[in-house]
Design a protein around this ligand. Structure first.
Ligand code: PLP
Length: 429
């Protein structure tokens, strides 16, 4: 038995499923989760001393690789001052200024401790600001696990939303309208019927929770137009895309200005952080300036702020970092596709900046949730397990995006592509 297997067995005694977040349990790919003890640059090291090239990056924040020296030193530099005061600190203002400078649509920002809190709070703010209850989200997008967002569509686009987890009251779910990502006609139709009751649209500008699905041309523009027409708030959930697909996030990459933006992961440099921000006029409705309540004991925690600010400073002071990430991502996806094609494996990829998707399908392009769910997830599981044995750590689910880091070298990419070739060879057997 490996040490990971031992540890997983022990973990299950007191931790439900042995994990503190469900996707870690490997249910989507089979096998036993790997227990890690260390991350350094491009690599992860497990409890059995195996080394992996990491394409998960703690689900996004490790854009510069693990244990990036500036980030680690920033945390170290404040450790001895104490771990938190629940009172204002100067670093919070520096962080707020930095984010507002990097994402000009954000004129005011509030720090929270997770992406879930960020989206939950942004939705409350949008509802408080507009005085409306209904919200729109898209099937396949994930915005954390707050009650209003753990909702699936009813039988038709405009039927009442239904809880997609026990514990979410139907009376909350019914206010959530779930529409089709990349289908602007579907959105226009919904707004034509109940637009004046819709507080906000929340969207992942590049969907990263149904594998990686970029927006079709005109989709994000259409959302902007619809929100302007009906006085609804447009929320870009940039928890994954923020500072990753471009320095200014997906909103800079596609040139669309949302009213509110939610951020997470990345701005903590790996420590627990989230944030929401946007137009001053809307943000002024948040307590203590305005009547919409939102709070947090750990919000703006000095360790997280120092780590996150060091991360953002490193990103802004490294010219061409996002071009480099995009080039590496393209090299990887093109390389994987070439090997798959040569071996007769139906395979499609997507890529935006440092995010990528791999799909076992004969469909040449993937732009919808329906297409992603029609892919061969069993084959993905086989691929995942094969790559794991080859020392490559991919997200343990066919519905998660891949994450590139600046620490991954060309040699790592070549090793990954060669490993994929060997794994593809096992498919026919
Ligand atoms: N929004 C998006 C786009 C996410 O990908 C996630 C998490 O993966 C969240 C929100 C929730 O963030 P957290 O897990 O920090 O609560």
């Amino acid at each position: 038995m490996s040490r990971s297997e031992d540890l997983f067995k022990a973990a299950q005694t007191h931790i439900p499923g042995g994990v503190n977040s469900p996707v870690r349990a490997f249910k989507g790919v089979g096998g036993t989760p790997v227990f890690f003890k260390k991350g350094q640059g491009a690599y992860l090291f497990d409890e059995d001393d195996n080394q992996y090239i990491d394409y998960v990056g703690s689900w996004g924040p490790m854009i510069l690789g693990h244990a990036f020296p500036d980030v680690i030193n920033a945390v170290r530099s404040v450790l001895d001052n104490g771990l938190g005061f629940g009172a204002p600190t100067e670093i919070e203002t520096q962080m707020a200024d930095k984010v507002c400078e990097m994402m000009p649509s954000i004129e005011m920002i509030r720090m929270v401790s997770s992406g879930t809190e960020a989206t939950m709070s942004a939705i409350r703010l949008a509802r408080g600001y507009t005085g409306r209850d209904k919200i729109v989200k898209f099937e396949g997008c994930y915005h954390g696990h707050s009650d209003s967002l753990l909702v699936k569509a009813g039988s038709g686009a405009l039927t009442l939303g239904e809880p997609n987890s026990p514990g979410v009251p139907a009376s909350i779910a019914e206010h959530t309208i779930t529409l089709t990502f990349n289908d602007i006609d579907n959105v226009r139709q919904a707004f034509a019927e109940v637009g004046n009751e819709i507080a906000c649209i929340i969207v992942e500008p590049v969907a990263g929770n149904m594998n990686c699905i970029p927006p079709k041309e005109g989709f994000l523009e259409g959302l902007r137009e619809v929100c302007d027409e009906y006085g609804s708030v447009l929320i870009f959930d940039e928890v994954m895309t923020g500072f990753r697909v471009a320095l200014g996030g997906a909103q800079a990459h596609y040139g669309i200005k949302p009213d509110l933006t939610t951020l997470g992961k990345v701005i903590g440099g790996g420590l627990p952080v989230g944030a929401f921000g946007g137009k001053r006029e809307i943000m002024e409705h948040i307590a203590p300036l305005g009547p919409v309540y939102q709070a947090g004991t750990l919000s703006g925690n000095p360790l997280s702020m120092n780590a996150g600010l060091a991360m953002l400073n490193a990103l802004t002071s490294t010219p061409g970092i996002h071009e480099g990430l995009a080039a590496k991502t393209e090299y990887l996806t093109e390389g994987l596709k070439a090997v798959a094609t040569a071996k007769g494996i139906p395979f499609t990829t997507t890529a935006v900046g440092g995010m990528f998707g791999i799909f076992f399908t004969d469909q040449p392009e993937i732009s919808s949730f329906a297409q992603t769910t029609a892919c061969d997830t069993e084959r993905f599981g086989q691929f995942f397990q094969g790559m794991l044995k080859e020392g490559v750590y991919l997200a343990p689910s066919a519905y998660e995006t891949g994450f590139m880091s600046a620490a991954i070298s060309e040699e790592d990419l070549d090793r990954t592509i060669e490993a994929a070739g060997r794994v593809f060879d096992t498919f026919a057997k």
